[in-house]
Write a protein that binds this ligand. Structure first.
Ligand code: TRP
Length: 320
């Protein structure tokens, strides 16, 4: 009888302990809101997940949702679902996703990825010392170097067609800098704005005949329609200068841009620190600094632009 009681007590102990350790190590929950699908945002998500695994968060519960565009209603309903699930952290890929997350919660930490201008987008009021529950990485683009490249590669281009989504704060910030640069340098611009990717082809066509080149910054809406935009431009004999290498890979002509795989890694490092308990105010926004210059060979050939004798630091890529 005694033995029996001891056995029962032991079994209870074992189960009790197992139960305890199960709750102690509650699984980390991460809500990932990717604004939409296009190659650059996909690269960021994949390299974020790989780095999280390397940092020991491979067992976390990653709840990945796709926002399908710049529509704030849908993006916000997804972040509300994350708040409802009480996730430990929200990763928001691209500026509109970050804005939706930041507007939904003041408590759950939000780490944004690849916001071109987090100050202009209202994600943080200080890059050095984020004051609320939001920090992240920035892919600020050097608009001036992109136009300097354009002057080198296509010196006769003096009127630029600006194609972008006015609803993306990230694009508006870069477009304002582009306009200032063009005006200061005696050049001209015309604009065609879109509200969704279905409008990109028509917007580009509306400028054909009036512009010598196109410029589109890191605009998510346009990036997701890049192959169609590139087709229109090549048929019209006009180069597209872009904000991101992925847009050059998809048929754009040239850019000076950052490496988004590295940005994904940096974003994961920030997220890991947040999960380990470092206060957001001690985690400055990481602004990516390493730019590379990329030109698409097939697009250059189709446009009849010679790449002979280019500076060896310029990478010539084959495109997708
Ligand atoms: N910088 C964009 C934003 O702030 C996101 C982005 C990252 C992007 N890579 C891109 C947009 C490539 C277009 C193309 O939302």
């Amino acid at each position: 009888m005694k033995k029996c009681i001891i056995a029962v007590v032991c079994i209870l102990c074992v189960f009790g302990l197992a139960g305890c350790s199960g709750t102690e190590e509650a699984q980390v929950r991460i809500g990932i809101l990717q604004m939409m699908e296009h190659p650059s945002l996909d690269t960021i998500r994949v390299s974020f997940l790989e780095e999280m695994e390397r940092l020991g968060f491979g067992d976390a519960d990653f709840d990945h949702r796709n926002g399908q565009g710049a529509d704030m209603t849908l993006l916000t309903s997804i972040t509300q679902a994350f708040v409802g699930r009480n996730v430990d952290l929200i990763l928001a890929i691209a500026t509109p996703a970050g804005q939706a997350a930041a507007a939904t919660t003041r408590d759950i930490p939000v780490v944004f990825a690849a916001s071109t201008d987090p100050l202009a987008a209202g994600l943080v009021t200080s890059l050095e010392r984020p004051e609320a529950n939001v920090t992240g990485t920035s892919d600020v683009i050097c608009v001036e170097s992109i136009f300097a490249l354009a002057r080198k590669l296509t010196p006769n281009a003096t009127t630029f067609g600006l194609v972008y989504n006015l609803g993306e704060a990230n694009s508006v910030a870069a477009i304002n800098r582009a306009k200032a640069y063009l005006t200061a340098n005696g050049m001209h611009y015309l604009e065609a704005t879109v509200t969704n990717s279905g409008e990109v082809q028509q917007a580009a066509l509306s400028l054909v005949g009036y512009v010598d080149a196109f410029f589109t910054p890191t605009d998510n809406t346009v990036a997701s329609a890049m192959p169609i935009y590139a087709r229109v431009a090549i048929d019209a004999g006009v180069p597209i200068y872009t904000g991101a290498d992925s847009m050059v890979m998809d048929g754009g002509f040239a850019t000076v841009g950052i490496d988004y795989a590295i940005l994904g890694v940096e974003t994961a490092r920030l997220a890991a620190k947040v999960l380990e308990g470092v206060p957001i105010s001690e985690l400055p926004v990481v602004v990516m600094q390493d730019f590379r210059t990329v030109v698409n060979r097939a697009t250059a050939e189709a446009l009849g632009i010679s790449l002979d004798g280019l500076d060896p630091s310029i990478e010539i890529v084959e495109g997708r």
